[in-house]
Write a protein that binds this ligand. Structure first.
Ligand code: NAI
Length: 328
């Protein structure tokens, strides 16, 4: 049996946490031969800590053979201690009357503190996934607050958008979702993201040619994927949780164990390619092998794609400017 690895999860008593932790402990994220120690962080309020205790009792009751230990805490320096993986799910939700800029500021405070704690106590190879919204900018803040860790260790979750796009394409083409290759989503995890199936194939055939309907792409597909989160809230009365947890599992699984050449979407710090300024946390297609992701390079960007990619970039630049004063 392998040595256990330490997996930190924040917002552990929340909706996504409740779908996520049990799957990590059962081996779905890192493999059925990889024991894990779960290090869970919640806010220091009595109700949240009691709920976290309840989740830990349930984890105990599952008697997961791979669960080698558990820590519950309200202190990031405890939860992130020697963490090999960190899933930053907990974030400040938008309250009544709260402006978007207030939301950014409140989250900036959380992710500055958590970035610093990761910098101070996590493994130097920690793989960080930020799920809590605004995910890309929160990941950017955490990265900037952890100068001693490599910037490439910080990623934001675009995988839910990627999976949503795959499912829409499978339904449109009548093909198996698993058969769709080389699909990607560019930019911010927000309705401005650009889901791009120009390169996608099914058994070697072009999905774009198969669909052959640019009007559907622009007026049905893109708005459906972009506004899917809102549609779930309207239908369920609660935001996406199981599908978000599933996407987090997919993201970390693929980063740690590889994609066998398959493209997936990750929000990663830009290296300046595709006209995205360096350092911006932007969704791009990647492949993963040996615990590292590699950006898919050299894709042709046509005029419509450029416009969409710049639109979502501008939102990210605005968010970055809105928190710049907290990072200096
Ligand atoms: P939730 O409100 O059910 O749970 C969030 C939990 O985080 C709460 O238990 C809260 O006490 C905790 N929390 C808040 N601040 C914290 C902090 N500083 N440290 C530790 N814990 C903290 O929310 P849910 O549904 O679990 O969603 C979590 C986040 O994920 C939200 O920001 C949501 O918008 C985001 N999300 C992101 C998606 C993506 O694709 N990137 C998809 C779906 C949700």
């Amino acid at each position: 049996m392998k040595q256990p690895v330490r997996v930190a999860v924040t917002g552990a008593a929340g909706q996504i946490g409740y779908s996520l932790l049990f799957r990590i402990a059962s081996g779905e994220m890192l493999g059925k031969d990889q024991p894990v120690i779960l290090q869970m962080l919640e806010v220091p309020f009595e109700k949240a800590q009691a709920a976290l205790k309840g989740v830990m009792m349930e984890l105990d009751d599952c008697a997961f053979p791979l669960l080698a230990g558990m820590v519950g805490s309200d202190d990031p320096n405890v939860a992130f201690k020697d963490a090999d993986y960190a899933l930053l799910v907990g974030a400040r939700p938008r309250g009544p009357g709260m402006e978007r800029s207030d939301l950014l500021q409140e989250n900036a405070k959380i992710f500055t503190v958590q970035g610093k704690a990761l910098n101070d106590v996590a493994s130097r190879n920690v793989k960080v996934l930020v799920v809590g919204n605004p995910a890309n900018t929160n990941a950017y803040i955490a990265m900037k607050s952890a100068p001693d860790l490599p910037a490439k260790n910080f990623t934001a979750m675009l995988r839910l958008d990627h999976n949503r796009a795959l499912s829409q394409l499978a339904s449109k083409t009548g093909k198996d979702v698993a058969a769709i290759e080389t699909m990607t989503v560019w930019g911010n995890h927000s309705p401005t993201m650009y889901a791009d199936y120009r390169f996608a194939t099914i058994a070697g055939a072009s999905v774009k040619d198969m669909i052959n309907d640019e009007d559907w792409n622009r007026n049905v597909f893109l708005p459906t994927v972009g506004k899917r989160g809102g549609a779930i809230i309207e239908a369920r009365g609660l935001s996406s949780a199981a599908s978000a947890a599933n996407a987090a599992i997919d993201h970390m699984h693929d980063w740690a164990l590889g994609t066998n050449g398959k493209w997936v979407t990750m929000g990663i710090p830009s290296d300046g390619s595709y006209g995205i300024p360096e350092g911006v946390m932007y969704g791009v297609p990647v492949t993963c092998a040996n615990g590292e992701y590699t950006r898919v390079e050299g894709l042709e960007i046509d005029a419509f794609s450029r416009e969409r990619m710049d639109f979502t970039l501008n939102e990210l630049l605005e968010e970055r400017d809105g928190v710049a004063h907290l990072l200096s």
